[in-house]
Write a protein that binds this ligand. Structure first.
Ligand SMILES: Nc1ncnc2c1ncn2[C@@H]1O[C@H](COP(=O)(O)OP(=O)(O)OP(=O)(O)O)[C@@H](O)[C@H]1O
Length: 581
């Protein structure tokens, strides 16, 4: 059963056990609420016996009062334990669920993130987890607890007097069937609402991220109108979904009221026929007035559980994604990177790399050049196993990179991309990210080599300055230099530089390149650069165009060969003389 619950509700084993425990305590709590009825029966019986025997009806008042006090204490304790079982366990499980999902996301290939919207993933991780937190603290255990306790109470009522029992109970399964039958409709509207709401959230996030560009393109009005449409659609979908759920649930709840009527009718019939006593009839009436309340709440819980199920499906879809696996330890012989007939496509039928073969040797700088969209960045990222190739193989020191666990592989890579990612932390910690155990002195040395020192010292708190979300308070060139310092600090045997110095002015670029040159001794360096002065310093050039290697060789030779590289050099020299007239 634990395994089944785990699968059904995407729980950990501990979470499933806690759910069972919480459900059992909910049963105990519900049953404890019926105990006062038992006490009432006892007191009424005592009074009737005393009246018929002409005795003192006050006899037994003290013992009944003492019993009532004990029962109140028991009810309190049971409810207290139920509360603890529900909430503490649920919040533990919720934290586990978030960590599990985050761990899963860490192991997924980048292709997954290309297919999925990031704000959708954030929503799944945060708001879906919160919704499930609520579902498992309020709805799921209560629902199961109420079903079990209602069955127990119904069995007791049927056993005591099946005719009155039936008169009270028959409405419960019929009303429950109404809610169960409406599941499909509720699911349909619930899923639609979730998707439309996500669309509106995506647009809102996009607006926040691109507000500069929207303003620059004069698209503010158009964008706001589209956002308003999406928010309106989300509102309408929510209202429709609530209406559908509300109609189903309240119809079922209203149907339960008929049970009170049938209890009165059957009870009076049996009373007139002398087949039940007035006390028994009254007790069934009291029970009928109490038993429907938890059932009504259970119907609301059922609707909430259906809605939680939609979110669970989305989480399960993430958890079932195949992760990139491989060996945690590997022993490369040197650090040559070999592309051996590599084929790759981001999307089926849209080949980006077709049969690429070249070698980036250790101790050399290999430059990937070529027209925009030719596949240079893709090739560099494949070398670090950001994706897995579709054909051929890439080896590092003779080891097929697809057989190595990505994080283990990346310990040997220092990577600088053009689109630098910085964290909302101090400059110091952003650089130290390259090597967590680096001393302050080592961080300063890397920063100096990457030409960061001058601008960092002008910041209000120097290296202790917080740099805002993704370094928003720094210029593009400054962000890039921090990223280079990070790579210098990592001092890994393989260095990938994708337009790493593109945002630097000529003076800084020269200085940073000098620092990089000092670092690349005996390392495998793969650079992607459009500036020919950067490329001409490489040992080898690989020209990629339309996903194919069209030329390979030393830059000076290729520059003279009259091919694509020579043409690129020529064009850049011409463009250096251009001016806007
Ligand atoms: N994440 C992605 N998902 C789908 N297609 C992509 C993705 N990244 C790149 N592409 C496509 O793959 C092709 C190669 O892109 P890539 O970035 O490797 O080229 P590039 O040679 O580095 O270009 P540039 O010099 O402009 O940076 C392009 O057609 C691009 O649109």
């Amino acid at each position: 059963m634990i395994k089944k619950l785990q699968r059904h509700y995407a729980l950990t084993e501990g979470g499933a056990k806690d759910l069972v425990r919480a459900t059992l305590w909910t049963v105990a709590a519900n049953l404890s609420l019926m105990v006062p009825i038992g006490l009432l029966i006892m007191v009424l019986m005592d009074i009737i016996t005393a009246l018929s025997a002409g005795g003192d009806t006050a006899n037994g008042v003290w013992s009944s009062t003492a019993l009532a006090a004990v029962l109140v204490a028991v009810i309190y304790i049971v409810h207290w334990i139920q509360y603890k079982a529900l909430y503490i366990a649920v919040y533990d499980e919720s934290a586990n669920r978030r960590i599990r999902l985050a761990e899963k996301l860490r192991g997924l290939p980048l292709s997954f993130f290309g297919r999925r919207d990031l704000s959708d993933l954030t929503a799944t991780l945060m708001s879906d987890c919160s919704s499930l937190e609520q579902a498992f603290s309020h709805f799921v255990p209560q629902l199961y607890g109420t079903i079990i306790s209602t069955v127990i109470i119904a069995a007791g009522m049927l056993a005591f007097d099946w005719r009155l029992g039936l008169a009270v109970i028959w409405v419960v399964p019929v009303a429950a069937l109404l809610v169960v039958a409406s599941k499909k409709v509720q699911d349909k509207f619930g899923t639609r609402t979730l998707l439309v709401k996500r669309e509106a959230t995506d647009s809102l996030q996009e607006l926040l991220e691109t507000v500069k560009d929207i303003k620059a393109c004069n698209q503010k009005q158009a964008y706001l109108a589209s956002l308003e449409r999406k928010l309106g659609a989300a509102e309408s979908a929510t209202i429709r979904s609530e209406l559908v759920t509300g109609t189903c649930v309240t119809s079922a709840q209203a149907f339960l009221k008929i049970g009170l009527g049938t209890t009165v009718l059957v009870g009076i019939g049996l009373l007139v026929a002398g087949q039940v006593s007035l006390v028994v009839f009254l007790i069934y009436l009291i029970a009928a007035s109490r038993i429907y309340d938890p059932v009504k709440a259970a119907f609301e819980n059922m609707a909430a559980v259906y809605s939680a199920q939609i979110r669970i499906e989305r989480m399960r879809a993430i958890e079932e994604q195949p992760v990139q696996t491989g060996a945690d330890h590997y022993s490369p012989r040197g650090y040559d990177i070999v592309f051996d007939h590599v084929k790759f496509a981001y999307n089926e039928n849209e080949g980006v790399l077709e049969d690429i073969s070249f070698t980036a040797r250790q101790g050399e700088v290999t430059a990937l050049v070529g027209p925009s969209g030719g596949g240079k960045s893709t090739a560099a990222k494949l070398a670090a196993r950001f994706w897995d190739v579709n054909g051929g193989k890439i080896t590092l020191g003779g080891v097929d990179v697809s057989t190595v666990e990505p994080e283990a592989l990346l310990t040997n890579y220092a990577i600088v991309f053009q689109d630098v990612v910085l964290f909302s932390d101090t400059v110091m910690e952003n650089i130290r990210l390259g090597r967590r155990d680096a001393s302050d002195e080592e961080v300063f040395a890397a920063a100096r080599a990457a030409q960061c020192d001058e601008f960092v010292n002008k910041l209000p708190k120097g290296y202790g300055t917080m740099i805002g979300e993704n370094g928003s308070t720094l210029s593009g060139g400054e962000r890039q230099r921090i990223s280079i310092a990070r790579a210098l600090l990592k001092d890994a045997p393989v260095i990938l530089l994708d337009e790493a110095t593109a945002s630097l002015d000529v003076e800084n670029e020269t200085a940073v390149q000098a620092a990089i040159s000092g670092l690349v001794q005996n390392k495998t360096v793969l650079i992607i650069a459009h500036r020919m002065r950067t490329v001409m310093g490489a040992d080898k050039v690989v020209v990629l165009a339309d996903g194919k290697v069209v030329e390979t060789g030393a830059p000076e030779e290729l520059a003279k060969s009259g091919g694509m590289f020579a043409r690129m050099v020529e064009l850049q020299q011409e463009s250096a003389g251009w001016s806007i007239s």
